[in-house]
Design a protein around this ligand. Structure first.
Ligand code: GN1
Ligand code: MG
Length: 374
């Protein structure tokens, strides 16, 4: 599982970009390697290791042993170890339905994860694919849409009670309350004056959005942003979804809104002047419909655009709160002077894309109506 820009091979650029991350309040240099105890646990003492990817939560290494490539991850403590049980069940189901999914590998003691010094570690198979930090062609959006629909439909008949649940993960009022709380608790923060107007703008836009209608839960990935999809490096076909710690059940529009807010922003999450691409949205919706037409309900379709807007604002609120709390999202110390600065930019970026979608909301609704008629 190797989110990142480019091939899933050792990449000096990727290794340097996330030079420093904070976990549990401690900044640790990302030059760190998995402890030898963890490598030995899987019989990998002599493997070659390189840091992989640009996910904001877990830490990921490519493990090369002979000609074999594997992926080792240290889970962020927000995920309990038992999430790996869920991943095993879901990935087995996906593979049984003909989809590609990374496979967790047992350690020498037969267990699928190890706990060491308060951290959870796991090893999985490597999928030969590339991840993109942003979509650069409508064909990629179409591919991503079709893959996500295959993923949803493959899980539709799964009978399973998740061991790990993430209640309130898209409870937007809760995230807005988190932002208000950060503002109230960090008045003396050195960046408070810069964060305040951004926060006010987020809260104002949130207040102007109608709440989404309650809809039934479906099995979802839970974090379908673009770099959690692997593409074939040659054909650019979407191969599989990775980073499965967020698997769960939720109303489908929240999952689709989270996907489209990411895929339809060609500038990515680190650009101030992000925008919403109607062309990519059309392609993504068409890709999704190519597999999910007749399965997705009219009510779910009607909420796609409002949910996309909602997730932009919700994610902006989460980044903005972290610009003051400085405790959650990984950040790039090689490009930004502070964790706060990086998170302010990310919040502003989500808001720019949200405003852009607001400007073309009617056209986006029309795309959904045309792709999913009646
Ligand atoms: C995080 O771990 P990663 O980078 O795939 C976050 C998502 C956000 C995303 C924004 C567990 O995803 O919710 O949408 O950053 N994951 C978690 O880039 O909070
Ligand atoms: Mg990821």
């Amino acid at each position: 599982m190797l989110p990142g820009d480019g091939q899933h091979a050792p990449d000096a650029t990727i290794m340097l970009r996330f030079a420093c991350r904070r976990f549990d309040g401690v900044y640790m240099p990302d030059t760190g390697l998995p402890p030898p105890q963890m490598l030995r646990a899987w019989g990998l003492a002599d493997a070659r290791l390189s840091l992989l990817g640009s996910g904001l939560i877990n830490r990921t290494w490519l493990v090369e042993t002979g000609a074999r490539r594997l992926v080792m991850q240290q889970l962020n403590p927000i995920f309990p170890p038992v999430v790996n049980e869920d991943i095993r069940v879901v990935t087995a189901h996906l593979r049984a339905r003909g989809l590609i999914a990374p496979e967790l590998l047992a350690a020498r003691d037969g267990r699928y994860w190890q706990e060491y010094e308060g951290r959870t570690w796991r090893l999985m198979t490597w999928v030969a694919g590339t991840s993109h930090e942003r979509i650069t062609a409508a064909a990629q959006a179409q591919e991503a849409g079709a893959l996500l629909a295959r993923f949803h439909r493959a899980l539709d008949d799964l009978q399973y009670q998740f061991r790990n649940t993430r209640p309130g993960v898209h409870d937007t009022p809760r995230h807005l309350a988190g932002l208000r709380q950060a503002l109230a608790g960090h008045r003396a923060h050195p960046h408070y004056a810069a964060v305040r107007p951004l926060a006010d703008e987020i809260l104002a836009l949130a207040a102007a959005l109608a709440p989404l209608p309650a809809l039934p839960d479906r099995f979802v990935h839970g974090d379908p942003k673009i770099n959690n999809i692997l593409f074939d490096p040659v054909s650019d076909r979407a191969l599989c979804l990775i980073d499965l710690d967020t698997l769960g059940r939720m109303p489908l529009p929240l999952e689709l809104g989270d996907a489209f807010r990411s895929w339809c922003n060609p500038r990515g999450e680190d650009e101030q002047d992000s925008a919403f691409s109607l062309e990519f949205f059309r392609a993504a919706v068409e890709g999704y419909a190519s597999v999910a037409a007749g399965w997705i309900t009219a009510e779910e379709c009607n909420s796609i655009v409002p949910a996309t807007l909602t997730i932009y604002v919700e994610l902006a609120a989460r980044f903005c709160a972290d610009a003051l709390n400085e405790s959650y999202f990984g950040w790039d110390a090689s490009r930004y002077p502070s964790r706060s600065a990086h998170n302010q930019l990310r919040a502003a970026s989500q808001m720019a894309a949200a405003r852009s979608l607001l400007d073309m909301r009617g056209a986006a609704e029309e795309v959904v109506r045309r792709v999913f008629p009646g």
